[in-house]
Design a protein around this ligand. Structure first.
Ligand code: QV4
Length: 474
């Protein structure tokens, strides 16, 4: 179930982390559809515990499968899915099949008002009782398959997916979302469930809803969160044939390269040449909602220059199923999403350039990022050709004769004639500006009859990347 069911030539998924359903519906109509985004990964939709201070991660602690959270209720969710599908933007839901909530003193009340007693493994809203869970134990050895798959991930009550009852409740939940028109699922903590159990669940799901424009017999797209740095006992390979798998090494290595820990020239063999999963099985990202919060190699919005370069490379190099992150500002692991005094999530607000201003970062609205979403659509189905590098941190390449990219991550200028592979003409660099009413607000590059153009990226230019494509010809 590897087909994301994209519409037309679209290519890129955006994770609108913690957004409300009504805001996503508007974003599909006003921004994502017009800009050519293919789909949205939304935060968990089912009822969760209420944690003090409302950290984002409370949504990873389910209480029931009622579709009421701080993002909205079932009616708002259904309205969002329909409106996004109407403008060719697919919805993928982050689903928690591995566990319910962690310990909570006394009776917990969820976001839909349902009561549960997590310590007793009692979730009457489903209902689940203690017999539906694995016995409690802690994961201390991440290379012990039993512990990883049958003990509790950070104390979250671990469902037994081999049980018929648990399977039936999970399938019912997912089928309900399919009925509402979603195109697929991000499966949280997939590594913590046996692949045979997941195979049973995925293959039991309904086909996608034809009333939402999906062709007959379309299978739900599945992408599974499996963190595999390369030497894990429970490996990505056990899951990759069931659906796509998050390729965490992509995120780590692209961060390393654009932080300057690894010369960009080595990116020539990017993808399977680096030991990553086959392209059609890899869900790729520069950062996700977890690893953007960890220190280390991974880049996030707090290093904007390198982040934009890494994202440009991610979207320009033909490898993987691409997802871009759209964050809210955070100081630490527990920072809640932008909320008001009553702890209701607030809607994003935009300045005159369309950038978010009130605590939402909205990387997907940064010109350098949405322009690359357009680039990826424009060059779809072309190969990498004409690779050039300076033996260090300056590189360029073509996507067939439809697009050209150059990067400068050296501390000196890139200034020379390079093969852009493009038809002769003048092109607008969609990173430094935009093509508006036929004129370019940023750098322009004139390509001669041999496909060569003079490329300049100063070491102190605002951005270290330049991108040309056939849909932005002056
Ligand atoms: C605490 C202690 C535990 C103790 C437990 C006992 O830390 O040691 O066992 O109490 O009750 C929150 C708190 C965490 C707390 C836990 C249970 O942060 O301190 O445990 O709740 O009360 C998100 C957050 C977690 C959060 C969790 C549930 O990241 O911090 O835990 O939601 O709210 C591995 C997995 C991978 C996983 C990744 C984080 O292989 O699958 O760790 N990633 C996914 C999601 C992630 C989510 C979960 C899994 C859980 O992407 O966002 O965790 O659904 O790599």
């Amino acid at each position: 179930q590897h087909n994301p069911h994209w519409w037309g030539n679209r290519n890129t998924i955006v994770h609108l982390f913690e957004w409300k359903w009504s805001d996503i519906a508007q974003e599909c109509e006003n921004f994502l559809g017009p800009r050519g985004f293919a789909g949205v990964q939304v935060s968990p939709v089912n009822e969760n515990i209420i944690a003090a201070g409302r950290p984002w991660w409370e949504r990873y602690q389910p209480i029931s499968y009622k579709l009421t959270t701080r993002s909205g209720n079932e009616e708002e969710f259904g309205d969002m899915v329909r409106r996004c599908n109407d403008v060719g933007v697919r919805i993928y839901v982050d689903v928690l099949l591995n566990h319910m909530s962690g310990d909570f003193d006394g009776v917990a009340v969820g976001t839909a008002g349902t009561e549960a007693e997590p310590r007793k493994k009692s979730f009457p809203g489903v209902p689940y009782t203690a017999q539906d869970f694995h016995p409690t134990c802690e994961i201390t050895d991440w290379n012990d398959r039993f512990q990883v798959q049958q003990c509790e991930l950070v104390g979250l009550k671990d469902l037994d997916q081999s049980s018929d009852w648990v399977r039936s409740k999970l399938i019912e939940f997912l089928d309900h979302l399919i009925e509402l028109g979603v195109a697929g699922f991000r499966v949280d903590a997939a590594k913590h469930m046996a692949s045979e159990d997941l195979e049973y669940i995925y293959s039991s799901l309904s086909n996608l809803n034809i009333d939402h424009g999906f062709p007959h017999n379309s299978r739900p797209f599945i992408f599974q969160e499996v963190i595999d740095h390369g030497h894990e006992t429970v490996s990505r390979d056990e899951y990759k044939d069931l659906g796509a798998v998050t390729e965490f090494r992509f995120s780590e290595e692209i961060g390393n390269a654009f932080r300057g820990n690894n010369a960009l020239k080595w990116l020539q063999s990017w993808g399977t040449g680096w030991g990553f999963l086959p392209s059609g099985q890899a869900l790729t990202f520069v950062d996700n909602h977890d690893n953007q919060r960890d220190a280390g190699a991974v880049l996030n919005y707090k290093s904007p220059r390198q982040y934009k370069m890494a994202t440009a490379f991610h979207l320009a190099y033909p490898y993987g199923i691409s997802r871009v992150m759209s964050s809210f500002a955070f100081d630490d692991h527990d920072t809640p999403p932008p909320q008001d005094a009553q702890e209701r999530i607030i809607s994003p607000e935009f300045d005159e350039d369309g950038a978010c201003v009130n605590g939402w970062i909205c990387e997907h609205r940064w010109r350098q990022i949405y322009a690359m979403v357009g680039f990826k659509n424009a060059v779809r189905d072309t190969e990498i050709t004409g690779w050039w590098d300076n033996g260090d941190n300056q590189i360029s390449f073509c996507r067939g004769n439809k697009g050209f990219l150059a990067f400068n991550n050296n501390l000196y200028d890139l200034s020379q004639d390079l093969n852009t592979c493009l038809p002769a003409g003048t092109y607008c660099d969609v990173i430094s500006g935009s093509l508006i009413d036929g004129s370019c607000t940023g750098k322009s590059v004139t390509v001669n009859d041999n496909g060569y153009g003079y490329i300049h990226i100063g070491s102190d230019d605002f951005d270290g990347v330049l991108a040309l494509h056939v849909d932005a010809k002056v």
